[in-house]
Design a protein. Sequence first.
Length: 245
Amino acid sequence: MAKLPLHGKSALVTGGARRIGREIALALGRAGADVAITYRQSSTDATRTVDELTSSGVQASAFECDVRSESSVKAAVHAVVERLGKLDILVNNAAVFDSESLDSLTLEQWDTVFETNARGPYLVAREAVPHLRSVHGRIINIGSLGGLHAWAGHGHYCASKAAVHMLTQVMAKAFAPEISVNCVAPGWIDMDEQRSDAARRFADKTPMRRNGSAEDVAQAVVFFATGPGFVTGQILVVDGGLGLG
């Protein structure tokens, strides 16, 4: 029987306890990878995700980590490599989303979003790079359609995700040739069974006539995790054509 495409690989998904991160972790597990996830407060969700991963036959572990903290990130990456033996794939998924008009935005709100969304991926990647270099690994950052299009009510979020997109391209040059670095940029992703009026409006504006799912994002991550290592520095928009205007 043919081996799964990520058989023998080890992956770390930050913020992998719930929502999109959870689906990414499960998709990597279904592709054969052993998976570690980090969480900050969602310990119950993290346990549930790990249980589902291990029931599918792969190794899985969860580690508490605040991606804003250098010491927390160092400890978590060390623990992941110690548990899994190596690290082949890093998915920088942990992020926060916030809404506020630009003229009312406080410095605290700005810093809170940037600390998680931009500082976090940098810190985790920096700690993971020595391990990824030794195995010619991969980094997959999670950006956003908001990093490519201006959303007036989400200026700090859009700016932080634009930073992630540029960081992806800088990492791709800086960490080459041993590591490929790419980014998945989701559009509107439905996460709740009860769709809001806003979700319906976005679905109506989307050429594919639906909003995205967490599985759509996870499949794009698996593409970068399993596809040609020669592909690097790319931003793959997963939005059903919404960004085409």
